[in-house]
Design a protein around this ligand. Structure first.
Ligand code: 6GU
Length: 289
């Protein structure tokens, strides 16, 4: 088991000061770019780039497809801060370390967290390349006794026992559905339940069957601990999964091909444009108030 490191408030504050002073702005929207969706950060204007290794006390990401930099600037008239490259439990980092950047965002002034990920589709109605707007999650790591909030609680971030019942902002989900219609991709947009497993291995068929029975629509290896950390400090959350592969939930499934990281990355790359457009349009609406 990995001990949660404690990043005291003062350390997070120091990192936030480093970024806001370096960037000269206080971002209002935080974006976490999922696997292959890093181009979201490339469309940020007047970008000030902070490589993770140059940020004091920041972890560095080790996964292929995750660049490892923070980009601060403006997008559709809003000040934003995007993580190109996130931290995963399977890299060996404790959850509190994985989601520490969310607290940095908070102290930089961020009010909205936009998180994206690549995920396997368990709901049989989901197709490869579809987008699932997250309206809830099943935290399998939490079932296993793990949380980014374990350890001493600092009430300057939030309460000891935060509620997670309304974690995914309904207004943002509804706006995203409208935007999907305007983009003509409404048949490729779903609203569903995401589950995070530890990884790095993909799931067995028995596990996927079990997740389906639990009401899970898509499965991945990220996002949930970031959402927990964001809700703890009262940020508004919007998150979606790009479905990069269909999961086999029967042994005789015709589609029971094995998932692979290359496939995940290839689909993410192919669908990057629509994902970016969805996010930018949503941010434009927020910026217009
Ligand atoms: Cl099938 N499983 C998990 N855990 N993560 C994924 C995935 C599957 N496809 C993309 N990411």
């Amino acid at each position: 088991a990995q001990e949660n490191p404690t990043y005291p408030y003062e350390v997070i504050q120091e990192i936030a000061d480093f970024i806001t002073k370096g960037a000269g702005v206080r971002p209002k929207i935080g974006i976490i770019c999922g696997s292959g969706l890093g181009s979201l950060a490339d469309i940020i204007q007047d970008a000030r780039i902070f490589e993770y290794e140059k940020i004091p006390n920041f972890p560095v990401s080790t996964v292929e497809g995750h660049a490892g930099k923070l980009v601060v600037g403006t997008l559709e008239g809003a000040t934003v801060m995007a993580m190109q490259g996130r931290f995963h439990f399977y890299e060996g980092y404790p959850l509190a370390k994985c989601s520490m950047p969310v607290r940095v965002m908070k102290l930089c002034g961020v009010e909205y967290l936009f998180a994206t990920n690549a995920a396997g589709g368990i709901n049989p109605r989901y197709g490869v390349g579809d987008i699932m707007l997250m309206h809830d999650h099943v935290n399998m790591l939490g079932f296993a006794g793990n949380s980014p909030l374990q350890g001493p609680n600092d009430p300057r971030f939030g309460p000891r026992f935060p509620a997670l019942t309304n974690s995914y902002n309904k207004d943002l989900i509804n706006k995203a559905i409208e935007i999907g219609k305007a983009m003509g991709i409404e048949s490729n947009i779903h609203v569903g339940v995401y589950s995070c497993l530890g990884g790095p291995n993909y799931e067995t068929i028995a596990e996927l069957k079990a997740l389906r029975m639990m009401g899970v629509d898509a499965v991945g290896m990220s996002t949930v601990h970031e959402v927990i950390t964001a809700r703890h400090c009262d940020m508004k959350v919007f998150a979606f999964s790009l479905i990069t592969n269909k999961c086999a939930t029967e042994y005789n499934d015709k589609k029971d091909e094995e998932p692979s990281h290359d496939e995940v990355m290839a689909v993410a790359k192919m669908r990057q444009k629509d994902c970016c457009e969805l996010v930018s349009r949503l941010i434009r609406e927020l910026a217009m108030g």
